[in-house]
Each structure stands twice: as C-alpha cells, then as structure tokens.
Design a protein around this ligand. Structure first.
Ligand code: ANZ
Ligand code: ZN
Length: 827
C-alpha cells in the first residue's frame, strides 16, 4: 500500500474525534488509568519538548486503553503569566486575545500529531470559571488562616513604578528602561506552606521508588529539615529602639557541640537589632560610612547576596558567651538570612566553612573544639566539619561530639536558657503579583472592616478588559473604576485588592479540575466523586525543571484540598516520569541558541507518525534526546516499508491458525521475532521499566526484517496483525489505517503471547580449551551431553588435533570446556 500520511492522518484524526474514541467513560466501576502530561504555557507554537512530552504520555494512554482501562488523558493551558503582558507592551495586543489565539494555534498543532486527548476535559486557567473556583479556594484558605498578608521585599523599578519579577531584572537593572532596580518593602500575601512542611517531607516516603530518586532528594533538600538548639546570648549592653529594649540575641545552631568555638555572631541585614542600632546610629558610634555600607548591602536581594562574596561589618557591640562568659563581637553579614532560624548565627570558624572564610577575611579568632578521633592533633588554620572528641570545651572535654550535643542541649533546656528546635528551610509561599494577567485576589479593603473577602455569589472577580498595559505601574491599580467597589460586610465604599495570584496557583490544582466532567464544571470546583475515582494520577510526565516548585506546590495544594473535602488524595501523582531534554548539536534546543527544529516542519514534510516514531526511537524517555535529521528520514522509511509489505499479508479478521510442525526455519524465526516484539511491548509499558520505547521499536524493526526472509502468507498475516497492534501507541495513524484495511479493525485489543513461538530449537554454546575461548557450536535444545561433545569436537578440530583431551566439561546451554595436554607423538 502506498504511504500517504497527509490523507490517512487527517482521516483517522477525524474518526477519533467524531467517534469520541478518547473520551473517558463516566463509569466508576471500570478500572482506570489517569495519564497526565504537564500542561503547556500557550506561548504560540509547540516546540520539540512538548512533542516529546505528549508522545510519551500518549503512547502510555493508548496502551492502557487497549488493555481495557478507562483512560483519562487530558490537555489544558497554563494560560496566565507574564509573556502575555510583555506581548501587550511590545506589540499592543491584548493579553487575552494573544493567549486565546495562541491556544487555538497550539491546539491544532497538537492535534495534528494525533494525540489521544480528551476534548471534553480541556481547560484554560484564564477562563473565568477557573478563576471563580480558584478564588473560592483562596477565600477558604484565607478564612482558615492559611493565607496572610505581610511586608516583604520586592524588586522595584523607580522609573516605571512597577514591581519586577526576578526574570525582569537583568544585571541589577530593569529590563525595559535600564534603571537600577531597588528593593522595596511592600505588602504581600503568603500561603502557610510551612504548616505542612513535616507532612510534605514525610509523605515523600510514599513516593519512594515511584518518583525519580533525584527529585525526591531535591524536594527533601528544599524542605530542608534540621534539628538543633535555639538559645539567646545576653548582650553586654542592651540596645534601645523607641520604647523597646533589646537585651538578648537569639540564635539557631545545628552544632551546639561546637559552642565553645564561637568567636563572633553574625546577624542578617534585616535583623531587628541592626534596625534598632541604625535608628540611633550615633549613640552606638556607627559612622556615616558604616551606615552607608549597611544600607547599600540592604538594598540587594537575597538572590544577589548569594552570588556575592561574603562581606560583613562589625557593629561595635558584644554578646556574652552563655558558658564561658567571654565577650563575643557582633557583626552584620550578607550571608545570614533573615527568614531562617532567628536571622542570627553563632559563628564557629574552626568547624564551618563559611564561618572560616569570614574569620580569615576579617582576622577573627579560630578556636578548634572538635578533634577528629583518628588524628592526634588538630589541624591548624583550616576548618573541620566532621565528628570527633571535644577539646577546649571545659567540662565537656573528652566527650564524643554527639553525646556532647545532647548534654549541651539538655543543659540549656533544664536551665531554661534555650530549647531543642526543628527548623525548616521551606519558606511560606509568596503568592501575590502586581500584574494584570493573573487571577484577581478576591479581597476587598474597607476602612472600617479591614480586609474582607468578596462574597461567594459575586465570584468570579473578573479582570477588566479595558486596560492600559504599558509596563508602567500596575494596570489594575491604574484602571479608573475597576478597584472601586462596596464592602461585602458594611456596604460602604471600599477598594478591591489589585494584586493578582502567582500562576503556580493555577498549576497546583488543574489535575483535580480535569477529573470533573464538563457538565459539572459550572456547579462544582472539583467533583469529589469524580476526583475520587480518577485520582491519583497514575503517571505524570514532564520536565525535570519542575522537580521542586510546581511539584511541591501541587502536593501542598492537594493536601489542603483534602482538608477542605475536595479530594481524598494524599499525594496527587503516584508515579512521576521526568523526560530528558531535546538537544541539537549538544545544546538544549532553544531560540537563543538558534538550533530549534520546528515540529510543524517535520509533520508537514514526513507526517505525524514519523515525528512520533523518531522521538520515541531516538532515546528512552528519561534520557537526553539528540536531534538527528537522518534518523528522522530513517523513521519515515521504516513506516513506508511497513506499508509496502502489507500486501504480503492476507485480509483476515482473526489470527490465522498456524501448523507449527510444517514451518521452515525462516518461518519459525520470523514468528519468534514477532512474538518477541509482542512480549517486549508487555514489558515496556511499566513505570519500573522506564518505558523504553526505543528497544520496543527496535524489536519491531527486527521482526519486520525477519518476516521479509520468509514467504508464508499466514506468517505475514499473523506478523502484521501483531506488529500493528504493538506499534499502535507509537504510530497510531498508519496502524489504524492498515489494521482497518486488512483486518477490519476499528479498535485494538490485547493479544496473547504464543509461548511456543518463542521457544528456541537450537542454542549456541561457547567452547573453551584450557579456559580460552576457541569457538562455538550450535546444538538442538534437546541434545544430550554426548551429542554436544561430538559436535563441539568437530567445531574446534584444529585446536585439539595435536592434543590429548584429559577432561571434558559441559555446562548445559552455555559452555563446553576441554582440558588438553600435548600428545606424546607431537612432543
Ligand atoms: C554554629 C555552627 C557550627 C553551625 C558549625 C554549623 C556548623 P542547616 O543545617 O542548613 O539548618 N545558620 C543558622 N541560622 C542561619 C541563618 N539565618 N542564615 C544563615 N545561616 C544560619 O544550618 C544550620 C546552621 O546554619 C546553624 O548551625 C548556623 O550555623 C547556620 F560547625 O551554628 B551553625
Ligand atoms: Zn466594611
């Protein structure tokens, strides 16, 4: 049959759509699989990364459908975000117009690849109905005290009077006008993800072996649990700020065993003590230069500080060591984070790298207090972070450091001077953005009632369409009418919140929304019954770049929605498959590198099946995939060959009965290869095997070659019947076309492996002589040892002719070994 991808691809795509082939059934008794790819941002055109993502999930979805599962394989659009506003600024197109037209464009590109998405489950997160439910969740969380408002630092462009996202700050300057960016303290909204830190950490155990180990580690580190001691130093002299008197300095340490090695304390730039001193700078003897230096450091973001070298400034005041009574100088330092522990550190240069570097730079004492067990003396002028025995530590000298840790903690606890604490690196999630194209925060500011949530019946709070987006200020705030409203509580004039939500909010629950059928979507945010049936996602496929934030937020949201009664899921994604990058010439395909191959060009030239086959053949899903033009052509040729050879098969409707006794070697071999491919397909579609489609495709290619070496029409028919079934998840269009034409199929069902076809009649055994490999021999599987030895001797004739065999060893199915010595006659 001539291969005409243009015709058959359209034909089957229409058929699938018209017959609703890929709509999940609303029948909760059927066994289900929920196969999900991370939804795309509608930037305008699909790229190779998308193609790879959806080829993988589509193959999995198609396979499970064939196995009789009710499959949910949805697609949607992560449609809010900055690029739409950037397009508005640069090209004067409305973000909404831009977004929805991109969606249409990308949708038709995706469907031209034959992906088996459910059309009725599609959503775009910028749809007002989606906002409505997100705002409902927001209010529920607000009322539970899970969302709060607090001052935080933001990147601010003084020229455009706008907040900038980190990506919009380029080398410390505004991306639009090049004005140096400053840190401005403004009110922001936060979600208390930290309330769930322990649960988010513990539940990672449920995912062990089901998520990539690397992702689990990244999540653990991000949550960053650490246990230690929190205690307060007394200050030598207290510091006054207004009518407040600060007389202690609280620190958190994971190494209380090193307490006698403290040689200074370091405070964050935002520490209240630093602020208090700056307010009365003169009375603390801080010079103008010092004040200016501190202020300059304060004007950098934590991100910038992390990249800077360590710098510090002595504050000229002292703390008293709680155990030794010595005076400890206080410094302000750029590496101490205000958001972690108490924003102050007891610094032990002898046992911490950062403290050591700092002490070297500023000539502070380095006092070793832990001696490694296996060394006699303590290394001078370096730091040691391991365990050992305490020295220079008064009554604790000689104790092992773990024991000392416990003793010191209990000393602080019993004397009431400190306590054992658990700290998490995880910070509360800042969810407000000063932008237009996002979900409006459904809160209202009333002079009398404070912050009041919008009434449920008034949701969604929709974005105004008539806005000016020019990169200056916040478009919602500048809108002449939108923010003016009445207070839901007292009915007086009030002002709507003009911040919108971080787009990570939308991607934190879209997978739950997909489970809700279209007909319920107006009345329910998430249909609990449907969510219960479909959740958890059985396989979640996406990029490793989402290993931390998206996955953590989605896990968190699921837990919150569980407490709110929307789902019973503890964890949303039971298995996670992180696909590798698509590269070309060794670099990630990207516009900036100029090495992009447009998927659409490949589809136009070769068809969707070729694109799919290449993508899945080139590398296993988790690996990097290097683009290769000639391999694309190779994939196309394989499909052409598949079509060309179908004429060797007969038109049948069930598998032919084959009389095995009468088959030739070549026919037997072809059947063996066919069933090997079928068996391989059963092994490939499991999470544990990593879905290595590449080896499955290779097995199919071998099978087609083997078919070609024989002439039995029955074997051709059987071979095609099976091969098309096996290849359907990968190259669906051509498989449907051929199966329909030759086998009258309009659907696919599992085929049983004929084990007898897989049996080997003969095996190849290695022959060694005095342990050296000298040849091999092909023998029947039923051959006894005597037969094997006779054949083996013939095979290595030239190696044993002049020798006497003194021992013969047969390892069944594997190996024959002869031990020989030279014959008398040849001596
Ligand atoms: C003394 C000490 C001695 C420390 C030593 C470490 C090693 P993790 O494990 O990541 O939780 N620290 C405490 N608060 C900090 C802050 N706000 N910013 C920066 N560093 C801070 O780290 C805890 C350790 O980090 C604490 O233990 C403290 O230094 C420092 F040989 O105390 B350690
Ligand atoms: Zn009010």
């Amino acid at each position: 049959m001539e291969y005409n991808p243009k015709v058959i691809e359209k034909k089957w795509q229409n058929f699938w759509e018209e017959s609703g082939a890929y709509e999940p059934k609303e029948d909760c008794r059927l066994p289900k699989k929920y196969i999900l790819s991370m939804f795309p941002y509608p930037s305008g055109n699909i790229h190779m990364g998308h193609v790879r993502n959806y080829c993988i999930s589509d193959a999995i979805a198609r396979r499970f459908r064939k196995e009789g599962y009710n499959v949910l394989h949805p697609i949607g659009w992560d449609a809010f975000g900055m690029p739409a506003e950037n397009a508005a600024i640069k090209r004067k197109v409305h973000p909404k117009t831009w977004t929805y037209s991109n969606i249409e464009n990308m949708k038709s590109q995706l469907y031209s690849l034959g992906f088996s998405f459910s059309k009725t489950r599609e959503l775009a997160t910028c749809d007002t109905i989606y906002s409505k439910w997100e705002q409902t969740f927001f209010i529920a969380m607000w009322e539970k005290g899970l969302i709060y408002r607090k001052k935080g630092f933001l990147n601010w462009c003084p020229n455009d009077k706008t907040v900038l996202a980190n990506e919009q700050v380029i080398e410390g300057k505004c991306w639009r006008c090049d004005t140096p960016v400053v840190q401005k303290e403004m009110n922001q909204y936060y979600i208390k993800i930290t309330d769930y830190a322990q649960e988010l950490l513990e539940d990672l155990e449920l995912l062990e072996g089901k998520w990539p180990a690397q992702v689990l580690t990244m999540q653990r580190n991000w949550i960053g649990k650490s246990e230690g001691l929190s205690f307060a130093f007394d200050l030598e002299k207290s510091v006054k700020s207004g009518d407040r008197v600060i007389s202690t300095l609280e620190v958190f340490t994971t190494r209380p065993d090193t307490i006698f090695g403290v040689s200074y304390c370091a405070l964050a730039l935002e520490h209240p003590l630093v602020k208090a001193m700056l307010e009365n700078a003169e009375s603390y003897g801080l010079t103008k230069e010092v004040i200016a230096q501190i202020q300059a450091m304060q004007n950098t973001s934590e991100r910038e500080r992390a990249q800077q070298e360590k710098i510090g400034i002595p504050l000229g005041i002292y703390a008293i060591h709680p155990l030794s009574g010595e005076k400890i100088p206080l410094w302000v330092a750029n590496f101490v984070l205000m958001g972690y522990g108490s924003g102050a550190v007891m610094s032990v240069p002898a046992h911490d790298e950062r403290d050591f570097d700092f002490a070297k730079k500023y000539n502070l004492p380095i006092i070793p207090v832990i001696k490694p067990i296996d060394s006699e003396n303590v290394a001078q002028d370096s730091f040691y972070t391991g365990g050992g025995v305490l020295i220079n530590s008064k009554e604790y000298d000689g104790l092992g450091n773990e024991e000392a840790k416990e003793k010191i903690i209990s000393y602080f606890e019993s004397s009431g001077k400190g306590k054992a604490v658990v700290n998490f690196k995880l910070r509360d999630w800042g969810i407000s953005r000063q932008r237009y194209w996002g979900t409006p925060i459904p809160l209202i500011h009333c002079v009398q009632c404070g912050i009041v949530p919008e009434k449920n019946e008034n949701l969604p709070v929709a974005l105004p369409e008539d806005v000016v987006i020019d990169g200056e200020g916040n478009p919602l705030d500048k809108h002449p009418r939108w923010k003016h409203c009445t207070c839901p509580k007292c009915g007086k004039e009030a002002i709507r919140e003009t911040d919108t939500l971080d787009t990570f909010m939308e991607s934190s629950w879209y997978f739950l929304r997909y489970t809700t059928p279209q007909k319920l979507r107006k009345s329910e945010a998430i249909s609990t019954q449907d969510a219960q049936y479909w959740m958890d996602v059985d396989e979640y496929v996406g990029g490793i770049e989402h290993a931390i934030l998206h996955l953590l937020y989605a896990r968190f949201f699921t837990k919150v929605l569980k407490t709110l009664g929307y789902t019973e899921s503890k964890e949303p994604f039971s298995h996670l498959l992180t696909q590798g990058m698509v590269t070309k010439n060794g670099a990630k395909m990207s516009k900036s590198k100029g090495n992009v191959v447009d998927p659409y060009d490949i589809i136009k030239q070769f068809g969707a099946d070729t694109a799919r086959l290449f993508i899945l053949f080139a590398a296993p899903p988790v690996r990097e995939l290097e683009w290769n033009d000639s391999a694309v052509e190779g994939s196309f040729r394989f499909i052409k060959r598949l079509c060309a050879k179908i004429e060797k098969a007969r038109k049948i409707t069930t598998l032919p009965k084959i009389a095995i006794e009468n088959l030739s070697e070549a026919e037997k071999y072809a059947r063996k290869k066919i069933y090997e491919a079928l068996k391989k397909s059963n092994e490939t579609f499991t999470h544990e095997s990593g879905y290595s489609f590449n080896t499955l495709i290779a097995a199919c290619m071998e099978a087609l070659n083997a078919l070609n070496e024989q002439d039995s029409a029955d074997v051709w028919s059987e071979g095609y019947f099976i091969l098309l079934n096996v290849l359907e998840p990968i190259i669906p269009h051509v498989c449907w076309e051929l199966s329909n034409e030759y086998f009258k199929l309009t659907n696919f069902a599992p085929i049983k492996v004929d084990e007898s076809a897989l049996k080997e009649d003969s095996i190849t055994m290695a022959i060694t002589i005095n342990g050296k490999r000298r040849g091999e021999v092909k023998v029947s599987v039923n051959a006894d040892n005597a037969e094997v030895l006779t054949l083996a001797k013939v095979a290595v004739e030239k190696w044993i002719a002049d020798f006497t065999i003194i021992k013969e060893i047969v390892v069944p199915n594997k190996l024959v070994n002869f031990v020989v010595k030279p014959c008398e006659k040849s001596l």
